[in-house]
Design a protein around this ligand. Sequence first.
Ligand SMILES: Cc1ncc(COP(=O)(O)O)c(C=O)c1O
Length: 481
Amino acid sequence: MRSASLAGVLGTWVTGDGPLYRRLAAALTRSIERGQLAAGERLPPERSLAKALAVSRTTVVKAFGLLREGGLVESRQGSATTVRGAAASGRWNRSSSEQMTTLFGRGGRRDAAREHDPIDLSLAPTAPLPMVEEELRALVDVDLSALTARPGYSPAGLGALRRAVAERLVAAGVPTTAEEVIVTTGAQQAFSLLAALYLRPRDLVAVEEPTHPGALDVFRAAGVELHAIPTDDDGLRVDLLEKLAAARPPRLVYVIPTFSTPAGTVLSVERRHRLARLAARYLIPVVEDAAPADLALDAIAALPPVAHFGTEGPVLLVGSMSKLFWPGLRVGWVRAPRPVIAQLVRLKATADLGTPLLDQMLATRLLARWKEAQVARRAQYRPGRDHLTAALAAVLPSWRWRVPGGGFTLWVQLPHGDARPFAAVAARQGVTVAPGPLFSANEEQTDRLLLEYTLEPRILDEAVDRLARAWATYEATLEVT
Ligand SMILES: Cc1ncc(COP(=O)(O)O)c(C=O)c1O
């Protein structure tokens, strides 16, 4: 395995306690146990791995030594270090999901209450709006007899929530009835159900480059071939997608038209039209991920979803409570023609028999406060975005970005180097960032970093100081080599 790929597999290995070589050995052990490093796999040369991880060669030598002592790897004089043992069961795919879990689980705290607490600026779950707790408390006094009188299984979703979602979509310019909506356990399950419905191994799926890693995980797990379509300031290059479709029509297209994760771009109206026309012409299902669409930070009129233009083509609109309210709710939905909903309901029943009804009741109450939530998130994220960009510009003038009009992420371009080893150095300085390849179908975007601006300005300031220190340390390693 190449050093850069192994650095990607190891993710934010550097967080934790104890000397660096022990942390590295522990991360390599985990990767071997999970089959990410299979038996027989050759580890990269020590010097090259040290460079990719921005650590000294001694750290790698000592970590490999520990693995050798534990019988997990072997190396003969003058030849490469190789993974051995039956521990490598191959159960886990070498997808970005492990990195996501690493980022979510061990990346650091969101409040950094103490001076040395790590700060997480990577794609981490957002704190709930206070209204989530308010509505949760209010739910306790609600008469549940209408709910409990009915069967507890409801794979299509709670009627009241389906109606509330349909109303929201009508207001956004997409005529929808409750029967055209299925409730899912977050947008993530919506991707899985749509993949199960439409995709078979080796099918061609077109995705934006860069894109949301959760969707990439689902497509990779489905065994499809991913085709990355470049994006520019107006979002997906639909002209390139048209070229692809003329040569080899993809089986499915996945797109985040409004405030895309991670780049924050907005697909132009003209391209929305063209995308909907393409879906109709080739009958390609277009999965339109609208999860971040309501996070507008500047007062620009929202563009209609692609589904608004897609009356003849199969545009499947996916929405979520996560970005506006709270990811912990795990409530999302798909809007699709009724025959598609019927098929998705069967798949949903097989998956989990339905999203928990109490969570759906809470979501229904929150949806009634949608506008208020939008205002609250804007009041929170806009200062965060402006603060982070100003602080970065002051201390890291060589970094570049395009200021997003909405969403929750800044997509930074580094002047040189590789974001993966830099992320490891940053983690040692106490700040977790998400390296670009995590958002790429082909593990490209190596000069990019994702930084979230959802934290308080005080914590963002501290994070930027740590990033500046990490960058100085990392740049010094570039100069030596
Ligand atoms: C574009 C996009 N879609 C979907 C999701 C996840 O949605 P959910 O929490 O509803 O599964 C995210 C989370 O970051 C996202 O950025």
